[in-house]
Design a protein around this ligand. Structure first.
Ligand code: NAD
Length: 258
């Protein structure tokens, strides 16, 4: 049995993880750590800070709080020799480097992923695989109407990976043939190397992305749809099961999906 503490356990992701992870026969969510009282405890104990967690009840800490929360979780994990899975976003790359050093010094495993959705990770992998074989590629990302930033971080990451795959294959940067605009912005924005990203915002949507490839006489569309935050549970469960066999920082769950 792997005993799990969830930091940010009262939050939207924390509550979904508490419910989802405890359904794994080999996983037990023993502790919810949050400054706020969780709406549902489901048999776990609630503590207000990671320092109050009982180390005998925890093998792996899953952190869906904030970048600051993650820093405290890492200190606690290093002190008590526990492993850490990081879902919280907003951690700058210099902080990740420091985390790797801290984790190596303490001989613990830390796994951080900006996207724990298995479907999204596979969609990305397939897009990179397809990239060398098509002349042109564009991305459409579609999200709910409360999202304030555009384009999505995932679409930018996709554009970057696809651009690298095109470059590795000896393909040159894309040049948009459009020279006349009746409506400004109709061709979207350049996500890098001429890969255009188009952002759609509508109520009813959650998080969706299409990568559209084209070459003479054929097209290929790779689409991923996230309908619910539950889509992140399976990837986090994979990480919780794998992190104990690692030392130092691992980025992403790609290597856990064969
Ligand atoms: P949320 O605001 O609903 O929940 C965050 C919770 O963390 C809150 O309950 C808050 O009280 C608690 N918290 C903050 N600082 C804390 C600390 N130091 N100690 C204990 N608890 C603390 O947010 P959310 O929608 O659940 O998202 C949480 C994080 O997860 C965000 O960074 C979000 O971007 C990220 N996220 C990541 C993925 C992924 O796949 N990696 C997916 C979805 C969301």
């Amino acid at each position: 049995m792997i005993r799990v503490a969830i930091v940010g356990g009262a939050g939207r992701m924390g509550q979904i993880m508490a419910e989802g992870l405890s359904q794994g026969a080999d996983l037990e969510v023993t502790t919810l750590v949050d400054v706020n009282e969780p709406a549902q405890l489901r048999g776990s104990s609630w503590v207000k800070s990671i320092e109050e967690a009982k180390d005998v009840d925890v093998d792996v800490v899953v952190d869906f709080s904030t970048a600051q929360g993650v820093a405290s979780s890492l200190v606690w994990c290093a002190k008590h020799k526990k492993h850490l899975v990081i879902g919280a976003t907003g951690i700058v790359s210099s902080a990740l480097d420091a985390m790797d050093k801290q984790a190596r010094a303490a001989k613990i495993g830390v796994l951080q992923a900006a996207n724990f959705s298995i479907g999204a990770v596979l969609a990305e992998r397939f897009a990179v695989q397809a990239a060398p074989y098509f002349d042109r590629v564009e991305i459409i990302e579609l999200h709910h109407d409360k999202k304030v930033d555009a384009p999505s971080g995932t679409s930018l990451a996709s554009a970057k990976e696809i651009a690298q795959a095109r470059k590795d294959a000896g393909l040159s940067s894309l040049i948009d043939p459009t020279t006349s605009f009746t409506v400004e912005g109709a061709r979207g924005g350049d996500g890098g190397d001429g890969i255009m990203i188009h952002s759609v915002r509508l109520p009813g949507l959650v998080a969706h992305q299409e990568v559209l490839f084209g070459r003479d006489g054929e097209g290929l569309t790779i689409r991923h749809d996230a309908y619910d935050r539950k889509s992140f549970v399976a990837g986090v469960a994979l990480a919780v099961r794998a992190v104990g066999a690692t030392t130092g920082l691992t980025i992403g769950i790609d290597t856990l999906i064969s």
